[in-house]
Design a binder for this molecule. Structure first.
Ligand SMILES: *[C@@H]1O[C@H](CO)[C@@H](O)[C@H](O)[C@H]1NC(C)=O
Ligand SMILES: *[C@@H]1O[C@H](CO)[C@@H](O)[C@H](O)[C@H]1NC(C)=O
Ligand SMILES: *[C@@H]1O[C@H](CO)[C@@H](O)[C@H](O)[C@H]1NC(C)=O
Ligand SMILES: *[C@@H]1O[C@H](CO)[C@@H](O)[C@H](O)[C@H]1NC(C)=O
Ligand SMILES: CC(=O)N[C@H]1CO[C@H](CO)[C@@H](O)[C@@H]1O
Length: 610
């Protein structure tokens, strides 16, 4: 027995050696016989986590400006001069913004006093034009000075003085713009000061201070009452109460429903509208007939987004500056309803929303928030997609390479990999920064998705963004902080970039001289005759690969190659990016092939034009 085993092992070892001797793996790409590939495989999942919304993608730079959330206190505020700051509830700005900042000025005060706001761990100050808005209440006629100041240097980067005539009977709104010089780092505050002499012995109230640089022209909650309410995230910000977010900090909802859709419109992204399904994270599930008002609310939201301007909600959308309906073609009912004790009631909750929405909007693709069959209606209505999430180790993703290869097709079933990322090493340690090994394992999984994209309709890496110093979840696709030039793509970002910028519309059959592992590949072609071959090498050593496309007569001899690699544990860090795609060209021919190396822990994309 022992010797048999040994012989068997040495045979296995000899096989790869033999192929190396004859020049590595050869992949032969067919020009016919493939399946259509989904155009939606390389998306991103945005969640307001790690201050990715307020303090991240949203342009407003001052924190705690509407005193929203459960216990805002004076977070980010500090007194300038000998004044006392407090959160005041007796002078609300609106029914949505119920607290204001009270600045009490002691008798005998002289000179400029006021308050500062330190933003989200510093205010980013660049050579830019800033728009500044605020509301104030209290008797004051005189000057207000707005400044951007370095915390440790004391350097004033911007200063603007405006005249105001504030009264004690109501809030008055002020807005102004000014330019700033460049600060070397993000360690800055914004401050507002006024003539303390003329307010001595009294107080002024301020609310919704907002500072924007020049900007480019989901849902759950800990309880049902804390769910994301779409109708409270639209219209003027003073009408948006904000909410206690799901990740330990308040959301102002200045990044509201229409801002999300503006974002996807500006970037040309397809979006998935998610609606609350009755499940809350802190316990509390609404089901049965108690769901009826929430179903109604979802229909109202859809009318707001899709209704013409003769409808009640469509008219409101139009009054907010968007007469055209939004392109809503996909809708997900809930999020991870297989978790948080949601599984048992999900089939009935799903059905309540599905029936109403599908009847009113039969063309919208409806997505169930879990792929766990035990939580889903049986049978699942035709055309419904299901969502699945994978946070895996590198070998976890390798073992999922063929997850969808033999999954049943038919009945319009589609898979949405709504969240995925490498989050731990193989030994179980948390991955804080995406590594080369982890990103290559994601590439292997993505190759599996692309090969099955007749079934896997859509995928999104998650989550999209973190504020580096306010992150409760890492790794993220990219990150940012208050320092200039801090936007940093992770290694995973660059793998997503490589895959999403080389997308064919048809997946082409490939025959090969080796089996999958450590090399993984997928080939696709565009309608204009460009071929892409994506290859991931999950081994530790360089592999030589030859790609031939014998039927592609008229292929140009020079093919483009983009490669990404690095040490297995190498990461990109804030202001320290070392792993980036590298472009080169390879000479060859359709029948003789293009031969190139794919480094160990590397990803390569070959582009052949015909
Ligand atoms: C500040 O207010 C006092 C009292 O109203 C006034 O005498 C003084 O001129 C003001 N200072 C400035 C710089 O406007
Ligand atoms: C938003 O809609 C909910 C119903 O889902 C309702 O309870 C709430 O009062 C509405 N908010 C506003 C400000 O109209
Ligand atoms: C629920 O779904 C998540 C992600 O799709 C998965 O990781 C988890 O194992 C599932 N849990 C159950 C109980 O089905
Ligand atoms: C096309 O899809 C079928 C399953 O529907 C699969 O068996 C076949 O391998 C796919 N072809 C390619 C080139 O991916
Ligand atoms: C784990 C962690 O760092 N959580 C932080 C997330 O960000 C908020 C601020 O927005 C911090 O309060 C948390 O400590």
């Amino acid at each position: 027995m022992l010797s048999t085993v040994k012989i068997f092992r040495s045979l296995v070892l000899a096989v790869p050696l033999l192929f190396r001797l004859v020049g590595g793996a050869t992949l032969t790409v067919s020009t016919t016989g493939g399946n259509a590939s989904s155009p939606l495989l390389y998306g991103l999942m945005f969640e307001d986590i790690n201050n990715s919304g307020d303090g991240g993608i949203h342009g407003q730079l001052l924190q705690n400006n509407g005193f929203q959330g459960n216990s805002p206190g004076l977070t980010a505020y500090a007194a300038v001069g000998a004044v006392t700051l407090s959160v005041d509830t007796a002078n609300p700005l609106s029914t949505a913004i119920t607290s204001s900042l009270k600045v009490s000025v002691p008798s005998g005060t002289a000179g400029q006093v006021g308050f500062s706001n330190s933003g989200y761990l510093g205010v980013p100050v660049n050579a830019d034009t800033y728009a500044n808005y605020f509301w104030m209440k209290g008797a004051y006629t005189g000057d207000i000075t707005l400044e951007l100041v370095g915390i440790s240097s004391g350097t004033v980067y911007a200063s603007k003085t405006i005249s105001v005539q504030s009264v004690s009977s109501s809030f008055t709104y002020y807005e102004t713009t000014y330019t700033s010089t460049q600060a070397p780092d993000g360690n800055n505050i914004w401050q507002l000061t006024f003539n303390g002499t003329s307010v001595a012995g009294g107080a002024l109230y301020f609310d919704l201070v907002q500072l924007f640089p020049v900007t480019y022209h989901a849902r759950e909650g800990a309880s049902p009452a804390d769910r994301w309410k779409w109708n409270e995230t639209i219209g003027p910000v003073q009408n948006r109460p904000g909410r206690q977010g799901d990740w330990g900090y308040p959301n102002t909802d200045a990044l509201g429903l229409m801002e999300y859709l503006q974002w996807t419109e500006d970037m040309g992204l397809a979006n998935v509208l998610a609606i609350w399904s009755g499940l809350s994270l802190g316990g509390g599930i609404v089901s049965g007939s108690a769901l009826d008002p929430y179903v109604e609310d979802a229909l109202n939201e859809l009318e707001f987004l899709l209704g013409d301007t003769s409808t009640t909600w469509g008219a409101l959308r139009s009054s907010y500056g968007h007469p055209d309906p939004y392109p809503i073609t996909m809708l997900e009912i809930g999020n991870e309803d297989n978790l948080s004790s949601g599984c048992g009631t999900y089939a009935s909750r799903f059905t309540a929303f599905y029936d109403a929405i599908h009847a009113a909007y039969p063309d919208i693709t409806i997505i169930a928030s879990t792929s766990a069959t035990s939580c889903l209606p049986n049978p699942l209505p035709s055309g419904v997609w299901t969502d699945i999430h994978h946070y895996e180790s590198p070998s976890g993703f390798i073992s999922l390479f063929n997850e969808w290869d033999n999954f049943p097709r038919g009945n319009g079933r589609g898979i949405f990999v709504g969240e995925y990322a490498n989050t731990a090493t193989d030994s179980g340690a948390t991955t804080y920064w995406s590594t080369v090994q982890g990103a290559v394992s994601e590439a292997v999984y993505m190759i599996g998705l692309e090969r099955n994209s007749d079934l896997v309709k859509m995928a999104s890496y998650a989550p999209m963004m973190e504020h580096f110093n306010m992150a409760e979840w890492s790794p993220d696709l990219m990150g940012v902080d208050s320092d200039p030039g801090s936007v940093t793509g992770s290694v995973s970002f660059w793998v997503q970039y490589l895959f999403s910028t080389h997308r064919g519309s048809t997946i082409q059959p490939v025959t090969s001289t080796v089996g999958f592992g450590p090399l993984y590949w997928v080939a696709s072609s565009t309608t204009t005759g460009t071929y892409y071959v994506k290859i991931a090498n999950y081994g530790t050593t360089t592999e030589s690969v030859t790609v031939t496309i014998p039927e592609a007569t008229g292929a140009s001899s020079s093919a483009g190659l983009v490669t990404l690699t690095g040490g297995a544990t190498t990461s990109n860090y804030p202001l320290d990016v070392s792993v980036l795609p590298v472009s080169s060209t390879v000479s060859g021919s359709a029948s003789g092939g293009w031969t190139f190396n794919v480094p160990g822990y590397g990803v390569a994309v070959l582009t052949v034009t015909t």
